[in-house]
Design a protein around this ligand. Structure first.
Ligand code: PLP
Length: 425
């Protein structure tokens, strides 16, 4: 029987707005919720902490085209440290994995979601970090959410740097261990807390290897010495280190010569290692075996899609073949840091591709970032509550695929904009 389009919409319950139109839930509770959410959103706008998302109309890379705008934007705010996000071999590996292994597993790992490529990648990650074994997660956020609860009990203690990433903080919240927060990179405070925690069965010191807001590197040598003294284990989150810190890009532990003293590493596949997505834990085999049995984000979430596995696997191959890409990024970082310092800016951190241009004032950071974009340089201003009050900054991230001209353009634009706003020393 033929029905009119209006009748079909009515049958589907589409109403006058058409089958695809959004429906507002009715009822007093839904109305109260809507009002509450709108108030909260207004508060965020009022506080000046609203995060808007710019839409990119091209691939991730050093040069972007923004939707609705022109091209020719030089991008300095991705974690694409090694420029592998759009590397032709990485893309080809993803396409091959997609064709051979399909779009996805429609399953968690332990039911029917493990393919040979997942096992191969885990083996490769363990080899890269020189650890016994590795386990994949959908993200490093998940790896951090899943480890502390699986590993620590009320008999244990965890000691965490106060500026650790949100996912470490959340992961620690989920566990029942006794929690200590030590002052950022403050070894005296860590020692005092380790002394307090002597009464527990196990002590785990947890720190970012490199801190993403400041580009500073955890004092891992000192942390490992204290861990040895107080019979503790060390966990590091290497999201901003894997692939490029250290002589062979193994990370902070290699850079600081403590590869045999750090017990557990969590890191991401979503930054230097191809930039697609995914995270992992690597460390002692019994720990990895236990995570496969107990870690909730692993047990109750889909396997990594084959294309994503293909990207990361190829990125690791490229890094294990040569560290030329990492060296090229280090040279560009050095170029940017020294030219900016000479121009009269203060750059926080040392030798890290995260180069925070310290400005202090939140409004200045936001206005300068906007002016930089008008000059074709994409950078982001950060202010309270993301960083402490009075420490607003523009974070610049260097990539191996920036050319020297890109770096110089960025420095020139900063100098011009900084002069305009009186931000130079
Ligand atoms: N840990 C740190 C230090 C990070 O910077 C991030 C990402 O921003 C994560 C964990 C989470 O990584 P992923 O994007 O893989 O979830």
């Amino acid at each position: 029987m033929w029905r009119s389009a209006a009748a079909v919409r009515a049958l589907r319950g589409g109403g006058a707005g058409g089958a695809g139109a959004p429906r507002a839930a009715s009822g007093a509770a839904a109305a109260r919720l809507r009002q509450r959410l709108e108030n909260e959103l207004e508060d965020i706008r009022g506080a000046g902490t609203w995060k808007s998302e710019r839409v990119i109309a091209s691939r991730q890379g050093p040069h972007l085209r923004l939707a609705g705008g022109g091209g020719g934007i030089i991008n300095f705010c991705a974690n694409n440290y090694l420029g592998l996000s759009s590397h032709p071999e990485v893309i080809r590996a993803a396409v091959e994995a997609l064709e051979k292994f399909g779009a996805g597993l429609s399953s968690v790992r332990f039911i029917c979601g493990t393919q040979s490529i997942h096992k191969d990648l885990e083996e490769k990650i363990a080899r890269f970090h020189q650890r016994e074994d590795a386990i994949l997660y959908a993200s490093c956020f998940d790896a951090n959410a899943g480890i502390f609860e699986a590993l620590l009990t009320p008999e244990d203690a965890v000691l965490s740097d106060e500026l650790n990433h949100a996912s470490i903080i959340d992961g620690i919240r989920l566990c029942k261990a006794n929690k200590y927060r030590y002052k950022h990179m403050d070894m005296q405070d860590l020692e005092a807390k380790l002394q307090e925690a002597q009464k527990y069965r196990l002590r785990l010191v947890a720190t970012d290897g490199a801190f993403s807001m400041d580009g500073d590197i955890a004092p891992l040598r000192e942390i490992c010495q204290l861990a040895q003294k107080y019979d503790a284990l060390v966990f590091i989150d290497e999201c901003h280190a894997t692939g490029f810190l250290g002589p062979n890009g193994r990370g902070t532990d290699e850079l600081l010569g403590v590869m045999d003293k750090v017990t557990i590493i969590n890191s991401t596949l979503g930054k230097a290692l191809g930039g697609a997505a995914g995270g992992y834990t690597t460390g002692p085999k019994p720990l990895i075996d236990l995570l496969r049995q107990r870690s909730r984000p692993y047990l109750f979430s889909n396997s990594l899609p084959p294309a994503v596995v293909g990207c990361a696997s190829k990125a690791l191959d490229l890094l294990m073949e040569s560290n030329a890409i990492a060296q090229s990024m280090a040279a560009k970082t050095q170029r940017f840091r020294s030219k900016m310092t000479a121009a009269g800016f203060t750059i926080s951190g040392k030798d890290h591709p995260i180069c925070p241009v310290m400005l202090g004032d939140a409004r200045l950071a936001s206005v300068m970032a906007e002016d930089m974009l008008n000059r074709g340089i994409y950078v982001i201003g950060f202010s309270y509550p993301v960083v402490p009050k009075g420490k607003a900054r523009i974070r610049v991230q260097i990539s191996a695929v920036h050319s020297d001209e890109d770096i110089d353009c960025c420095v020139d634009a900063f100098t011009e904009v900084g002069r305009k706003h009186g931000a130079l020393r």
